[in-house]
Design a protein around this ligand. Sequence first.
Ligand SMILES: [Zn+2]
Length: 131
Amino acid sequence: MSRLNARQIEQLRLALQGKRATLQQAVRAELAYGEQAPYAAILEEVSDEGDRATAATTADFDNEIARRHGAALREIDAALERIGDHRYGSCDDCGADIGFARLTAFPTATRCVDCQRRREHVHAHEATPSL
Ligand SMILES: [Zn+2]
């Protein structure tokens, strides 16, 4: 057993909070950009269908980035919540310790390496390397 000690948890908590601040800044910048160049205004400015399509694609792309940032923020919040509940660092699937090294690389990890691998194996059929 290698339960996380208080100092390791504190280090991971700081890493999560740092990531959270960076993401929030990015989201704020995206929102500010959205106010400067609202999607509707972009559509009005463009004349032909080709430009219209480009504007739509750009807006979709911005939405996709915002959606991903939102999902990442939720993952970080969930991890911080687990720290608060003293559930952090245990595998969701088998309850084993996820381990400090893995959490340092992926502070939002909710599964141990074995369970994560099993999941990826189940879900990704073409994962077998074809050399
Ligand atoms: Zn596990």
